[in-house]
Design a protein around this ligand. Structure first.
Ligand code: SF4
Length: 326
């Protein structure tokens, strides 16, 4: 994984996102530790897949990285700017460069507005173009995402799920961003349209030189879309590698379990599925030491007390586990 530091578009160091729990009289009695000490870099033009069970903190991490949520601790640099320190005006400019595609296209679109007005509004807020120019830009965006001019006048409820997600994609690219966080962009869609949306995103990435963080609980989607993949468990990044390396040579016990659930393309290959015992522990009171130790089939005493550091085992692969050395 020989990368050039100049190609880093986003660099996150020791990022934490805690949500305080308030008791009587507004006193803070604890925290939901949704993201706990995550460091990662995104390289320009790549797709970085972020995978893990529901509730592992991957969506919260995605939102924190582009400051839709403020980080509790840590630093996040986008194109060399520390986004926790920039002013509201600078953040507004930054918003043009970083966008998000949401899981549920229906709830993320204003049901009372026509599609053309939803897209137009973004240009008005950013003071882009005159009225007639804006209409041309919007129609061009609809065309880019595979919709037609007639969709300009439709309301969200008049579109199918796939068409609504195309509008979500158009909304994310209309300001010509560099980086898009795609938060489960196909998981609410019918299986038949998932591949259309994924292929649309990949085509747009090529055409517009976009960088994606692709968040999904579906390992098959991550394998198809992502050049590198990070695996999250209970707010921690536990493994990160070039995607092929991760799928062919998973090192972390949790990743190995996740991969046993991925169907094999060869129907004659029998895979023994490993099912984790117990539920995902609560992020309010995560286990001490390695957060995975309560479910790990190979845990040793050390794991109960000491949290493993993320170590590089080769130039393509990093793992946080006491028992993995190479
Ligand atoms: Fe399992 Fe211990 Fe490795 Fe954690 S550090 S994954 S508990 S072996």
């Amino acid at each position: 994984m020989i990368e050039n530091n100049k190609d880093i578009i986003l660099s996150a160091k020791h990022v934490k996102k805690y949500f305080p729990i308030k008791g009587f009289f507004g006193k803070i009695v604890g925290n939901v530790k949704a993201v706990d000490d995550v460091s990662l870099d995104l390289y320009r033009g790549e797709t970085y897949g972020l995978v893990g069970e529901t509730g592992c903190g991957k969506s919260t991490l995605g939102r924190t990285l582009i400051r839709l949520l403020d980080a509790t601790e840590g630093t996040i640099n986008i194109e060399g700017q520390d986004i926790s320190k920039i002013t509201t005006g600078e953040m507004r400019k930054m918003r043009q460069k970083v966008q998000m595609i949401f899981q549920d296209p229906y709830t993320s679109l204003n049901p009372r507005m026509r599609i053309g007005d939803i897209l137009n509004e973004i240009l008005i807020i950013e003071k882009i173009g005159k009225r007639s120019e804006r209409m041309d830009i919007v129609i061009e965006m609809l065309r880019k995402v595979g919709l037609r001019i007639e969709h300009y006048y439709r309301f969200p409820h008049e579109l199918s799920g796939g068409q609504r997600q195309r509008v979500g994609v158009a909304r994310s690219i209309i300001l010509n961003p560099d980086l898009i966080v795609c938060d489960e962009p196909v998981s609410a869609l019918d299986v038949s349209v998932r591949s259309q949306i994924i292929n649309l995103l990949l085509d747009l990435q090529q055409a517009l030189d976009l960088t994606y963080m692709f968040i999904s609980h579906d390992m098959s989607v991550i394998r198809y879309t992502s050049r590198r993949t990070g695996v999250m468990y209970l707010g921690h990044l536990v493994e990160e590698a070039i995607t092929d390396e991760l799928f062919n040579n998973p090192k972390h016990p949790y990743t190995q379990v996740l991969l046993t659930a991925v169907p094999s393309p060869n129907p004659h290959t029998k895979k023994k599925r490993i099912v984790l015992q117990g539920d995902l522990p609560s992020p309010i009171n995560p286990p001490p030491g390695c957060v995975f130790h309560t479910r790990c089939p190979i845990a040793v005493d050390l794991c109960k007390n000491v949290c493993p550091e993320m170590k590089e085992i080769n130039s393509m692969h990093k793992v946080a586990c006491h028992l993995v050395n190479n």
